[in-house]
Ligand binder design. Structure first.
Ligand code: ATP
Length: 267
């Protein structure tokens, strides 16, 4: 209970309405997770063992973090955001104890969603750290994930751009058992994202978001967000109270998508 007061956890304020596109994922999470968190007794009555761990994968900046937060918001669940690399430590046993603390914190404020960003970083050997450090952390994670009843009310969502480098043991049922792909948006989805982002600003009536979306091939949601931020900055520098189409056009000429055509094939 004290963990709430200390500000470690809270219910995120991201709503599905803030997210453009990704309707499929909204439906899946509603079915697999939100309903269950809201009605835990129904789950028990069914006697079904349903998946409690999810892995969102796909190119950077396409809404994995937003989705996890919107799920928590919708379900009224607490949310703990863990950056994969932050759990790593060069001291023997420290990573393991950090992982234990995260899970126990999640249990005290259940229902809770534990979100592991860059989850691949937890389980692969990188940089100067020895494999033994990561190995210990991986084992600790597996132990926590397999905690059964101990894990009641704690749901896991991981995010990665590189699922192929993750330890396969993590992907089994009960761990990060359900894989969900979060793609780069297509043209129609880019319009939806631009619309969702536009709630933050006043747009002039001459802004044509469909025309903009058409010219943003390969742009991620994060790229589109950057575009709108830049356009808003220019508009305000020029003392306009609203963004005009020309402001967006002008900034569009300066931006390149994060994911190139060549990289796109890897996702
Ligand atoms: P990474 O893999 O780099 O961690 P991610 O997939 O978790 O990225 P988010 O952090 O969810 O991406 O998105 C980054 C920002 O991009 C968001 O804060 C938001 O401004 C914007 N964004 C991304 N996708 C969308 C979307 N579908 N709708 C609206 N905004 C989006």
């Amino acid at each position: 209970p004290s963990s709430k007061r200390e500000g470690f956890t809270s219910i995120p304020n991201v709503k599905w309405e803030d997210i453009g596109g990704l309707e499929m994922l909204r439906r899946e999470f509603n079915e697999y997770l939100v309903k269950r968190i809201k009605n835990p007794d129904k789950d028990k009555a069914n006697g079904l063992r349903l998946e409690t761990g999810f892995l969102l994968y796909g190119p950077p900046g396409c809404g994995k973090t937003l989705i996890a937060k919107a799920v928590a918001n919708e379900a009224g669940a607490n949310f703990i955001h863990i950056q994969g690399p932050e759990l790593k430590s060069k001291y023997v046993g420290e990573s393991e104890s950090k992982a234990r603390i995260m899970f126990s914190r999640a249990r005290t404020c259940a229902p809770c969603i534990l979100f592991f960003d860059e989850v691949d970083a937890l389980t692969t050997k990188r940089g100067t750290e020895g494999a033994w450090v990561v190995g210990g952390l991986l084992n600790q994670l597996l132990e926590e994930l397999d905690g059964g009843d101990q894990r009641k009310g704690v749901y896991i969502i991981g995010a990665t751009n590189r699922p192929e480098i993750m330890d396969q043991a993590l992907l089994r049922p009960g761990r990060f058992g359900k894989l969900l792909y979060v793609p780069l948006p297509n043209q129609d989805e880019r319009v939806l994202i631009l619309k969702a982002l536009s709630k933050n600003w006043r747009l002039n009536a001459n802004v044509d978001l469909i025309a903009i979306a058409r010219r943003c091939a390969n742009f991620s949601g994060a790229d589109l967000s950057k575009l709108m931020n830049e356009a808003a900055r220019v508009a305000s520098e020029e003392n306009f109270s609203e963004i005009k189409h020309a402001h967006i056009e002008q900034e569009l000429g300066k931006l390149r998508p994060t994911v190139s055509d060549k990289e796109k094939r890897h996702y």
